[in-house]
Design a protein around this ligand. Structure first.
Ligand code: SAM
Length: 396
């Protein structure tokens, strides 16, 4: 028996279900990765499958939109085109028959290979090699040339041990467990400070705040060493960064030249509470994503406390925001356990390292921003991070 599985929704057992597209997420923080892919593909309706790392995407989405999303994503390792979602059983005959039909329905021109991805360890009683071999045979029998080195198309197979699910479909994206952050570690940059953000989180925040790459520009409100700016620029987004300190702007520029020599990202010396004066007027009303990693204690202006500074920045951001702008704010918090699978519950009680959460929450509604969701990232025994996503509330 083969079933389509959805969380929170009973789906009747039926002869093999053709799911819609499936996103295969990296294991670092699946809850954030789900939010990121939802932001990058706003036309899709997301349904979480039984597994923490598999999400079904319904809706009209083109291959180009999927390519663009997965290319810049931090948390998504691959998208599978109209994937087959199969609850593994000992007899795989029906699965192979269905795959046969799938390949006839979605033919590809050129060489192919099978790419396996394993989630949550090894699936008991399943040999991914055996699957790959049999599928290779089916591809050959349908006349596809196999090229393991550089195939033109890859058929992705996700073996998810936590749910006993195998998802299979033409693959978009690398399928790698890592998005390659090792090659762009913050500590390797010419200008590094302990405040520098982890590139994996910075990339995810940029995508979550800004949405698809063609939705408008990204603005890093308090650039520091350039954590967000680098990720936005490397994703080929129109990018702006602002900082009050000249040495931070110089340092961030060095980092940008190192990471992406020909980048057109603009680093601007100025005050994030006075954005219309700092950001070039041709970018006004075109900022789709704001990312904010504020300083703590008294800020360099000296006159505003933590919540007041955030309030002034939120107000200022509204003035140059596009109509559907998003914002991601990152705040350090007292350790709060590990919650990589779900957003933070509404009623959760926690303490920020600096300032009072209820004050910050009120600040958002006062300034015309709606908080959509919050997540926690565990950093170490004495530090967690609150990641908050908000969108602009349209004004009458
Ligand atoms: C926590 S750091 C940002 C770190 C950054 N995300 C990184 O990856 O390096 C905060 C930055 O905010 C800057 N800052 C403080 N007040 C500011 C303001 N009103 N406008 C713009 N930048 C400000 C500080 O100079 C500092 O560089």
């Amino acid at each position: 028996m083969y079933i389509g599985i959805r969380i929170g929704q009973e789906v009747e057992a039926q002869a093999l279900t053709m799911a819609s597209h499936v996103a295969s997420l990296r294991g670092w923080h699946p809850a954030l990765a789900r939010a990121e892919i939802a932001a990058l593909l706003p036309q899709a309706e997301l349904l979480r499958l039984e597994s923490r790392r598999l999400v079904q995407l319904n809706g009209e989405i083109s291959i180009e939109q999927m390519q663009s999303a997965v290319e810049c994503s931090s948390g998504c390792q691959a998208l599978l085109w109209d994937a087959i979602v199969w609850k593994h059983e000992e007899d795989s005959t029906a699965f192979y028959q269905h795959l046969d039909t799938y390949l006839e329905t979605y033919p590809r021109t050129g060489s192919v290979a099978v790419r396996s991805m394993k989630h949550e360890g090894k699936m008991t009683g399943v040999s991914s090699r055996e699957y790959a071999r049999t599928i290779g045979g089916i591809l050959s029998s349908q006349g596809y040339p196999i090229d393991l080195e550089s195939p033109e198309h890859r058929l992705g197979m996700v073996f998810d041990a936590s749910a006993g699910i195998i998802a299979c479909g033409w693959m978009i994206g690398s399928g790698d467990d890592s998005d390659g952050i090792v090659a762009r570690r913050a500590t390797d940059r010419p200008f590094f400070k302990p405040v520098s953000l982890d590139p994996r989180l910075a990339r995810l925040a940029v995508n979550l705040a800004s949405g698809p790459r063609d939705s408008g520009a990204t603005l890093d409100l308090m650039t520091g060493t350039g954590g967000f700016v680098l990720e936005a620029a490397l994703s080929h987004r129109e990018t702006y960064g602002v900082d009050l300190e000249p040495f931070m702007i110089e340092g961030a520029q060095k980092n940008l030249d190192w990471a992406m020599p020909a980048s057109e990202a603009k680093l601007l010396l100025g005050d994030a509470t006075q954005l219309p004066d700092v950001i070039p007027s041709n970018a006004h009303q075109r900022i789709a994503g704001f990312v904010l990693d504020p300083p703590y204690g008294r800020n360099s202006q000296g006159s505003l406390d933590h919540a007041e500074l955030i309030e002034a920045v939120l107000l200022s951001s509204r003035k140059i925001a596009s109509q559907k702008a998003g914002l991601v704010l990152i705040l350090p918090m007292h350790p709060f356990g590990e919650f990589p699978d779900e957003p933070l519950k509404k009623e959760a009680e926690f303490e920020l390292l600096h300032g009072d959460w209820s004050e910050i929450e009120e600040t958002f509604s006062r300034t015309g921003w709606r908080i959509n969701n919050r997540w926690v990232e565990h950093v170490h025994a004495s530090l967690g991070r609150l990641i908050l996503h908000a969108t602009i509330v349209p004004q009458d």
